[in-house]
Design a protein around this ligand. Structure first.
Ligand SMILES: Cc1cc2nc3c(=O)[nH]c(=O)nc-3n(C[C@H](O)[C@H](O)[C@H](O)COP(=O)(O)OP(=O)(O)OC[C@H]3O[C@@H](n4cnc5c(N)ncnc54)[C@H](O)[C@@H]3O)c2cc1C
Length: 349
C-alpha cells in the first residue's frame, strides 16, 4: 500500500445524489475544498446515473429543482447550460435522465474544487484519531468520513428460472430485448418499480405475466401538509396506471397471485424469466471492529467521525399515525443533511 501523507478533514465515499449533496453542503459550511476528499468508483451520479435513467420519477420536477437550487456550492443558478429539466412543467414527473444531466454537471463542477480519487474504498479503520481509508493500493487519512455508498437491489433465488436483472427490467428497450422469444415472465413485488415493470410487460404484449405480491397495493395520499405512505406508496402516472389496470380492468395477459409458497410452487413453473423488484440492501464497506455496520436512523451517526447518508443509511420517518418508513429521495436527502450536518461537524473522533 502507498501511504498518502495528506490528512483530510472530511472524506465522502460515493458520488451519487447523496454524495453530491454531502460535498456541496460541506463546502457551504466553509470546509476548505482542499480539505475534502471525494471517492467514487465512477463519478457518474451513482446508480441513479448508471442504472435508473430510463425510469419515470415518482417525485415532481419541482422537488428536483429544489434539490439543485438548495446548495450554494452547486452554483446551479449560474450554470450557462440549459437543461431539459428546466423546461418541464414543475408539477409534472419526468424521466430520471432529466435530473441526472444537471447532477453530472454539478458533480464535475464540485470535482474540480475538492480532491477526488476514482477507486473502490475497501476498508476503514481508526488510527491515531483519524479514519484510515484503504482504497485500491492507497491509504488516505481523514478526521471524518461520510458513507454515501448506495444500495443494491435485493434478489430471491428461484433456481430454475432465468433472471432479468432489475436495471434491465426498468429500461423499456433493454427489457424488450430480454423478452425476445419469451412468452411468460414472473415479477415479484408490488412497489413503484414492480408496477412500472408490469406495465412495460403488458405493453410489450407477452402472453403471460405472473405477478407475485405480498401485500395489497399502497398509494401515497397527499393531505394538507403531509403525505400518507410518502415513501412506500405508488405515485404519479404509475399510481394512475395501477388503479386503471390492476384495481380496474385487469389486462388479459396479467395474472396476480399472493406470494405464498404454494402459489409460487404452482405458478412460477412455466415462466421463462423472473424479475425481482422486492427492495434494496445497503452496499457495505468493511469497518475494522464493526461487524454489521449500523447507523442511528434519526441522525445518521455510525461512530464518532463516521456518518451514513443516502439510500444506504436512510432516515426513519414516523407519520402522524405512527407509521414508520425509510425516507428516500433527493429532496429528502437534502433536508436531512441540512438538519444533521451541524451535528456531524461537532461529532468527531
Ligand atoms: C428505480 C428507482 C427510482 C427512483 N425514483 C426516484 C424519484 O423519482 N425521485 C427521487 O427523489 N428519488 C428516486 N429514487 C431514489 C434515489 O434515486 C436513490 O435513492 C438515490 O439515487 C440514491 O443515491 P445515493 O447517492 O444514496 O446512492 P447511489 O446513487 O447508489 O450512489 C452510490 C455511489 O457510491 C459508489 N460506491 C459504493 N461503494 C463504494 C466504495 N466502496 N468505494 C467507492 N465508491 C463506492 C457507487 O458506485 C455509487 O456511485 C429512485 C430510486 C430507484 C432505485
Amino acid at each position: 500500500m502507498t501511504d498518502n501523507k495528506e490528512n483530510f478533514e472530511w472524506c465522502v465515499i460515493g458520488a451519487g445524489p447523496a454524495g453530491i449533496a454531502a460535498v456541496g453542503k460541506l463546502l457551504d459550511h466553509d470546509i476548505p475544498a482542499q480539505k475534502i476528499l471525494w471517492i467514487d468508483d465512477k463519478f457518474k451520479v451513482g446508480d441513479l446515473g448508471a442504472k435508473w435513467y430510463d425510469v419515470s420519477s415518482n417525485t415532481t420536477v419541482q422537488l428536483f429543482l429544489d434539490f439543485l437550487n438548495e446548495c450554494s456550492a452547486f452554483q446551479f443558478k449560474e450554470n450557462k447550460q440549459h437543461f431539459q429539466i428546466e423546461k418541464i412543467d414543475p408539477h409534472h414527473t419526468c424521466k430520471l435522465i432529466n435530473i441526472i444531466e444537471p447532477l453530472q454537471w454539478i458533480s464535475n463542477h464540485l470535482s474540480r474544487q475538492v480532491a477526488t480519487y476514482q477507486g473502490t474504498a475497501a476498508r476503514l479503520s481508526v488510527n491515531n484519531r483519524y479514519w484510515e481509508i484503504a482504497v485500491d493500493r492507497n491509504k488516505f487519512m481523514a478526521s471524518n468520513v461520510i458513507l454515501a455508498s448506495g444500495a443494491e437491489p435485493d434478489r430471491l433465488h428461484y433456481k430454475n428460472v432465468k433472471e432479468i436483472v432489475l436495471e434491465d427490467a426498468l429500461n423499456y428497450s433493454q427489457l424488450k430485448q430480454c423478452c425476445d422469444n419469451v412468452d411468460s415472465v414472473a415479477v415479484f413485488g408490488s412497489s413503484h418499480s414492480a408496477i412500472i415493470i408490469i406495465r412495460y410487460l403488458v405493453e410489450l404484449g407477452l402472453s403471460r405475466i405472473v405477478n407475485f405480491y405480498k401485500s395489497p397495493l399502497k398509494f401515497a395520499l397527499r393531505m394538507d401538509d403531509w403525505t400518507l405512505f410518502d415513501n412506500t406508496g405508488l405515485k404519479g402516472t404509475t399510481a394512475d396506471w395501477a388503479r386503471e389496470n390492476i384495481l380496474g380492468k385487469i389486462p388479459e395477459n396479467l395474472y396476480r397471485y399472493q406470494a405464498t409458497k404454494q402459489n409460487i410452487g404452482t405458478y412460477l413453473d412455466g415462466c421463462d424469466r423472473v424479475i425481482y423488484a422486492v427492495g434494496f440492501h445497503p452496499r457495505v464497506i468493511e469497518v475494522a471492529g464493526m461487524a454489521g455496520l449500523r447507523h442511528n436512523v434519526h441522525n445518521g451517526i455510525i461512530a464518532p467521525g463516521l456518518f451514513g447518508f443516502g439510500i444506504a443509511f436512510p432516515k426513519q420517518t414516523i407519520d402522524l399515525f405512527g407509521n414508520r418508513e425509510e425516507s428516500v429521495g433527493l429532496w429528502k436527502f437534502m433536508m436531512h443533511i441540512n438538519a444533521v450536518l451541524p451535528i456531524w461537524l461537532r461529532y468527531g473522533l
